[in-house]
Design a protein around this ligand. Structure first.
Ligand SMILES: [Zn+2]
Ligand SMILES: [Zn+2]
Length: 245
């Protein structure tokens, strides 16, 4: 049976240096539930290492959590990569570890906290997570698909770190699954100002870096289950599944 799921699949935790410390696993889950979300996605910059803690907090509190990562390509394009399985997340993490090399300076960039499901801080990531990886947009998308994930171009209506701001277009043949738009523009405005979005499914997520931003914008997915495999079919519009923005 098709069910409507309200989803905000682009949330950062306190592992992202630009996110607030309050973005801890349990606090995120509680806030998302309060906002009426059915499913959230965790996409820290270039790391999956807080995903497991948020998933565990979600399981305990009764909220579906999808694991992901927001990878910064070597062209400085942000791509959301979402996965169903822990194995896929681990393989993606390995790929990022091999392609990210700068060290963090917390005084300039902020702390990058690794947490457990009860919000205790277990340590800090020492690599700088907001830098560009050595991976091209094509490599990120291809590897995401190899690991059965979904690749969504982040905040395409923003003037920085978006596929349009960095490349000017979606490269021919790039198998991107959807384009994310921010809360700043309506769908009609985006289609008008960014005509190159035509032909791609659009989704709206909050890109929350603070608790109060969670669920500020979201998409509703009509699907059989709140998972990446179903979401893939939603974006293709299979058998009555759809995105409602
Ligand atoms: Zn981003
Ligand atoms: Zn983001």
């Amino acid at each position: 049976m098709l069910t409507q799921y309200r989803a905000d699949l682009h949330l950062h935790t306190c592992l992202s240096p630009c996110a607030e410390e309050e973005m801890s696993p349990l606090a995120i889950v509680k806030r998302a539930k309060k906002k009426g979300l059915d499913v959230i996605g965790i996409c820290d910059h270039n790391s999956t290492r807080n995903v497991a803690a948020v998933c565990q907090a979600g399981r305990r509190e009764g909220l579906v959590v999808i694991g992901g990562i927001e990878v910064c390509s070597r062209e400085e394009v942000h791509i959301l990569c979402l996965f169903d399985g822990e194995q896929s997340l681990q393989e993606m993490q390995l790929l990022i570890d091999q392609n990210l090399h700068s060290q963090n300076n917390p005084r300039f960039f902020g702390q990058q906290c690794l947490c457990d499901e009860y919000d205790a801080v277990l340590g800090c990531e020492t690599k700088l997570l907001i830098g560009a990886t050595g991976l091209s947009v094509e490599e990120i998308v291809a590897n995401t698909h190899r690991l059965d994930g979904l690749a969504i171009a982040s905040h395409v209506d923003r003037g920085s770190f978006s596929i349009f701001s960095q490349l000017g277009f979606v490269p021919e043949g790039l198998q991107i699954d959807a384009l994310e738009i921010s809360s700043r523009h309506s769908i009609a405005e985006v289609r008008r100002h960014f005509p190159k979005t035509r032909g791609y499914p659009l989704v709206r997520f909050s890109d929350a870096h603070r608790l109060e931003e969670i669920g500020v914008t979201s998409s509703i997915f009509t699907a059989h289950a709140p998972c990446v495999m179903e979401l893939h079919k939603v974006l293709l519009g299979e058998d009555g599944r759809e995105v409602i923005n």
